[in-house]
Design a protein around this ligand. Structure first.
Ligand code: MG
Length: 641
């Protein structure tokens, strides 16, 4: 799609204007306004319940917004306007007049009227148009206007086409449409139909994404809306169709989401802003020719340079021993920091004993990801422009300059170039010659469990800041509850990262390793690798015989492969493109395990089908041999007391 230019005469700096409905953010109006302003929004939609719960008068709210540089773009929602009962309609008009008073004090000229869900809602489109026209005439007398929105669950008007039919028939100057991407796309509406609507009749635009779910549309909307770029809807296509009408009002977000309703509003607002930046970029809305400066495009990420683990005096030696058994060699020592470089082929692991993280003693955790960028400096500039926290670095005079940003879970992401002048020059050789290795050729993917609240934020972070593409969300029935997982991948799958989180916030009964992490290495021959690892004493995870029996039933595998599955604890699964053979180690340093992956054909997954078996095996591995069953332990404690 060609770049969309501002309408003739529009000041370039005034468009696109970015807005957010106060309902998107947690807290009181004070919290919400502060967060929206700090994130750089131009305006807000005032969600009426937020105003009603506020001690501020409408005029005070207007002053507060002006002080923060926020415009008030919409007052919403006005519900159930039309009625088949004349007395009720008259009462609704009286109610509307009172809200027009509020709008006057707020200084906002547009009110959102959503289609009625009431039992007395008007079904006849001409009668509905007449009532909308009557209300619009009242609004026009006050210099106000009505944006009519079809709720996807409206009683008689539930599609945007039906709302446009009513607005068109009403033919009132102060009556137009509010197009809400959720209401349109959740009903399978076709945005190409917007071409029939003159741009001046689109009074307002609300943007929300959502995961593809099959459920009641009201519940879907109320709990699961997401910011653009986080879900499954085609938001660039939707916005492009709206802008093609000539609409040049605010790009305003309206997202009802259970997590965002209770998350730090400052953080949510940054996430929200990033979603609009991503959307604007997808449509090339920010026009450099108009003197505006869009973020530079994300440089291509061509692979992994390293994965860094934060270790301490307990986990460091344990992980080092495991890396040795996995065929790695400790080849380098950092010039100025307690950081070890371990290598095997293009697989590199850093063990960093200086990372300050709130991990438990004895824990080993992924603290940083090193990604090969075609232009590390530009990657950092883009990250900063997309509101990613750029991390300060201390470095010696002769050390390489490394740019790093913090992902939502705190993981540091380094933009690197591996070469003689790049980051490896910061390491002095240990003099230990690399061993023959175990056939590991590089990093296949890294799997990170996300904090419950940042699962969707993380997908958008990697998409918008790094230019990776989120894949479908899948659910695993794991032993300790349902787990959502989603991969983000680079071009040619040179970078693969998987993000997981529990489907529900965890309570007290939780696995001992509640937030596991995994580094998966590639091999071209997992059977040969498994034999070498076994011989070297690598801590390979043992799987139950039931798993191999089930594989034998489901797939017609060669006998020698099945024997290897049983002998080495290999896992096997297929997708539409190929198959995967993989194995896992035991949990190292309380949190981390290693996978070895051999992709066959075009297999594009991550061993998720086998994950529940692996998780159960990890649980068995970590259970102390003499652990007392829960019930007995309780009795024991009672006896003691
Ligand atoms: Mg809406």
């Amino acid at each position: 799609m060609p770049p969309v230019r501002p309408a003739d005469g529009a000041a370039p700096s005034a468009w696109p204007r970015r807005g957010i409905a106060t309902v998107c953010l947690s807290g009181t109006l004070e919290d919400k306004l502060g967060a929206a302003a700090a994130a750089g929004f131009d305006g807000i939609e005032v969600f009426e319940p937020d105003l009603i719960a506020s001690p501020w008068s409408p005029a005070e709210l207007a002053t507060r917004c002006a002080d923060l540089g926020l415009s008030i773009d919409l007052y919403q929602p006005f519900r159930d306007l039309d009625s088949t009962d004349p007395a009720r309609f008259a009462a609704n008009l009286r109610r509307a007049e009172r809200k027009f008073d509020v709008m006057g004090a707020l200084g906002v000229d547009t009110v959102l009227v959503c289609s009625s869900v009431a039992p007395d809602a008007v079904a006849d489109v001409d009668q509905l148009a007449e009532q909308l026209s009557t209300a619009a005439a009242r609004a026009e007398l006050r210099g106000l206007r009505i944006a009519y929105e079809a709720l996807a669950w409206g009683r008689h008007v539930s599609t945007w086409d039906a709302s446009w039919d009513a607005v068109r028939r009403a033919d009132a100057a102060a009556l137009g449409l509010c197009l809400d991407s959720f209401h349109v796309l959740s009903r399978g509406g076709d945005p190409s139909g917007f071409a029939a609507v003159p741009g001046e009749k689109v009074f307002f635009l609300q943007l929300a994404d959502a995961p593809q779910l099959t459920m009641d549309v009201l519940q879907w909307s109320r709990h699961h809306r997401l910011f653009p770029g986080q879900g499954a809807f085609d938001l660039p296509g939707f916005l492009g169709a709206v802008l093609a009408t000539g609409y040049r009002g605010p790009l305003s977000l309206e997202v009802f989401n259970d997590v965002y309703r209770q998350s730090d509003p400052a953080r949510t607002a940054v996430d929200a802003m990033r979603s609009l930046q991503w959307l604007e970029e997808a449509l090339a809305l920010v026009d450099p020719a108009a003197g505006l400066r869009p973020p530079p495009a994300a440089p291509e990420l061509s692979g992994w340079s390293f994965t860094e683990l934060a270790v301490d005096g307990v986990s460091g030696p344990q992980v080092g021993q495991a890396l040795t058994a996995l065929g790695f060699t400790h080849t380098g020592q950092h010039r100025s920091k307690p950081v070890q470089l371990w290598e095997q082929g293009a697989a590199r692991v850093l063990l960093n004993a200086s990372v300050v993280r709130p991990g438990a003693p004895g824990e080993a955790a992924v603290s940083a990801l090193g990604l090969e960028s075609s232009d590390p400096g530009r990657s950092a500039v883009r990250a900063e422009a997309m509101s990613a926290p750029v991390l300060p670095r201390t470095r010696g005079a002769t050390e390489a300059e490394l740019s790093a940003v913090a992902a939502p879970d705190g993981t540091e992401v380094f933009f690197t170039r591996t070469g003689p002048d790049g980051w490896p020059a910061d390491f002095l050789p240990t003099g230990v010659p690399p061993g023959p290795g175990a056939g590991l050729t590089g990093i296949d993917h890294v799997a990170l469990t996300q904090p419950f609240d940042s699962f969707d934020e993380a997908a958008l972070f990697y998409r918008s800041v790094l230019g990776l593409e989120p894949q479908q969300v899948t659910e695993l029935a794991a032993p300790f509850g349902l787990v959502r997982t989603r991969a983000v991948t680079g071009p040619e799958r040179a970078v693969r990262l998987t993000l997981s989180a529990s489907s529900l916030r965890r309570g007290g009964w939780a696995p001992r390793v509640a937030e596991p992490q995994c580094i998966a290495f590639r091999t071209d021959d997992v059977r040969a690798t498994a034999e070498r690892l076994r011989a070297a004493g690598a801590p390979l995870l043992r799987l139950p015989e039931n798993y191999a029996d089930d594989l034998e039933a489901r797939f017609d595998l060669p006998a020698d492969l099945l024997a290897a599955v049983r002998e080495h604890g290999l896992m096997y699964e297929e997708d539409a493109h190929g198959a995967c053979l993989h194995l896992a180690t035991e949990v190292l340093g309380d949190r981390l395990f290693v996978m070895v992956v051999q992709r066959l054909g075009g297999y594009d997954g991550y061993g998720n089908a086998d994950a529940p078996v692996r998780m159960a095996a990890h649980r068995r591995q970590r259970r102390p041999p003499a652990e007392t069953p829960v019930g007995s332990a309780r009795i024991e404690r009672t006896d003691v007391s």
